[in-house]
Ligand binder design. Sequence first.
Ligand SMILES: [Fe+2]
Ligand SMILES: [Fe+2]
Length: 274
Amino acid sequence: MAPESSMSAPRTWPAIAVDALPEVDETITALPWPARRRLAEAWIGRARGELGASAIFSHLVGGLLQRGSDPELVWLASKAVSDELRHTEICRHLASAYAGEPVAWPECPPVSAPAYGRASPRFTTTLHVVHSCCLSETIGAAYLQGCLAPATGALVRAGLRALLRDEINHARIGWGYLGDPRFDAEERRELARALPLLLEHVRTRWRTRPPGWTDPVEGHGCMMRARTREVVDEAIVTLVLPGLDHVGVDTADARRYLQRLGVRVDEPAEPGAS
Ligand SMILES: [Fe+2]
Ligand SMILES: [Fe+2]
């Protein structure tokens, strides 16, 4: 017999992770089975992604500690490791509701230690924080907000809200890091130069779907591919770039990069303009 951990979530999960989630959602049971199966696949895919996010934050905590970062940020990042585990269980719970039976706890996708070309260990941590928190988590929160709007079912809304609440805090780790005086002028300049590559990576990741992907039914926590692309670029233009401007990172290269791709983004502000 396979060990329980390979087949299901630990027994303690319901009490600490999903006890606030409704057991019944009539918008799910009203769906035809092919749509339910497709949504179950999408939610278990998201569960796998959440597990990967936990592994990413575990690397990030080590980098923050090595760098001597603000203890509050280290604590928030440490908490994010367990938040993402809880998100995995929330998504697995949703997947099970759509599947009509318990879905297995997912395997963690491969996550390697952060590496950004020849960046020093210290600057690697900066790039990792910006990449994971200021970009990925900020965009992730915008995506969840976009998924929440058309969702009417009690379970899916409760699940999305639980994820969203934490992802907003995970994004704040990045903004807090960039607002810390330990993030100095030289690093600001280096980060400004690195932004186009970071944006390219994040946009590609959000635009890529597994082979054979079909969009699931709307209103159940998943967004159509075309709308996802719009939401990602909107989040970059309206949240990420202004956030970087606010903490004094020059976004001119990033804006020009996006303009070349046809993204509608304002010209960089003239130096000294207010
Ligand atoms: Fe998450
Ligand atoms: Fe997160």
